[in-house]
Ligand binder design. Structure first.
Ligand SMILES: Cc1ncc(COP(=O)(O)O)c(C=O)c1O
Length: 305
């Protein structure tokens, strides 16, 4: 697509964005202008494919649904005043709803006090969050490493497992068919969806996928790898597969995978980005199975992003 130069300067773009941030209500003309501009901005500066992909843009000739504000804990209002019940919950991030008053008050206070930490002095919030997670997570998990997304949590996890296992001569990862762990190159190597992986092949070497929920298949793959000298660094699993279709494994599966890891000296990595923070009835899904991982990946509802 040929490049469309905007007629606005960068400063004018920023001023318009600030106007939208500070504006409470819109007139009908403002609504039409804003909707047209949002569509055009997506078409020319984000990704034209996004518009046809997004279902919210398909309703007949009304410029699509452009969100304007969260109207309640579970509802959104678009620029035309239409209210939506938010059943998506940001794919699992809005555990405490939109505009939760306790969260808002805390964020506003901290923003007014110090919006970003200095990167050099010690920030009290990071250390307290780590301590909170140590108290919240099952078993003896203690240290936290913070990143910006579930994908980055998985990416960091793989690096951590590599750093730990490389001196032990273990470089191989086992993941499961149907798994979703994110789309950066490392995380994508553990993800098992063809549409996400194929355009970016070859991915990281040393990843094998086995059927989810099938401990015998897992044991066979582990035995094959170990026989070849491919020591297993880690087994990476969602305790309940999310993107793969909400697949709950048999009750014996997770404990059996834990026992297998202990037997061969592999790390058990549980990806609770989707299932963690109370989304399955316990704080972490692994608690349903009485299993503790060596590394636990959290995101989504933890930070509401
Ligand atoms: C199990 C799991 N891991 C990792 C991710 C990636 O998280 P994010 O979208 O925050 O990068 C997701 C996202 O859906 C997920 O469900």
């Amino acid at each position: 697509m040929s490049r469309l130069r905007t007629t606005l300067t960068p400063l004018e773009c920023s001023q318009r964005a600030l106007l939208w941030v500070h504006k409470e209500t819109l007139t009908q003309e403002e609504t039409i202008a804003l909707n047209q501009e949002v569509l055009s901005n997506f078409r020319y500066y984000v990704n034209p494919g996004f518009l046809s992909y997004r279902k919210s843009v398909t309703s007949g000739g009304d410029f699509g649904a452009v969100e304007w504000r969260a109207s309640g804990p579970n509802t959104l209002v678009d620029t035309q005043g239409k209210e939506y019940l938010d059943c998506l919950g940001g794919y699992g991030i809005f555990n405490v709803g939109h505009r939760n008053s306790t969260v808002l008050a805390a964020v506003e206070s901290q923003l007014a006090k110090q919006p970003l930490h200095s990167q050099e002095l010690l920030d009290p919030m990071r250390a307290m969050l780590a301590k909170t997670l140590a108290a919240l997570t099952p078993g003896s998990l203690q240290y936290s490493f913070f990143s910006n997304s579930g994908t980055e949590a998985v990416e960091a996890t793989l690096k951590l497992a590599k750093a730990y296992q490389a001196p032990r001569g273990r470089f191989t990862f086992i993941a499961t068919n149907g798994a979703f762990h994110g789309k950066s190159l490392g995380a994508l190597s553990a993800t098992a969806k063809q549409a996400f992986r194929q355009p970016f092949m070859p991915l990281l070497p040393g990843f094998h996928h086995v059927p989810f929920g099938d401990i015998e298949a897992m044991k066979q793959q582990v035995a094959l790898c170990e026989k070849r000298g491919d020591g297993i660094a880690a087994i990476v699993l969602e305790p309940i597969q999310g993107e793969g279709g909400v697949i709950v494994p048999p009750a014996h599966y997770l404990p059996a995978v834990r026992a297998l890891c202990d037997e061969i000296g592999a790390l058990l990595i549980l990806d609770e980005v989707q299932t963690g923070m109370g989304r399955t009835g316990k704080v972490f899904a692994c608690e349903h199975y009485g299993v503790q991982s060596d590394i636990l990946c959290l995101a989504k509802a933890l930070g509401a992003v």
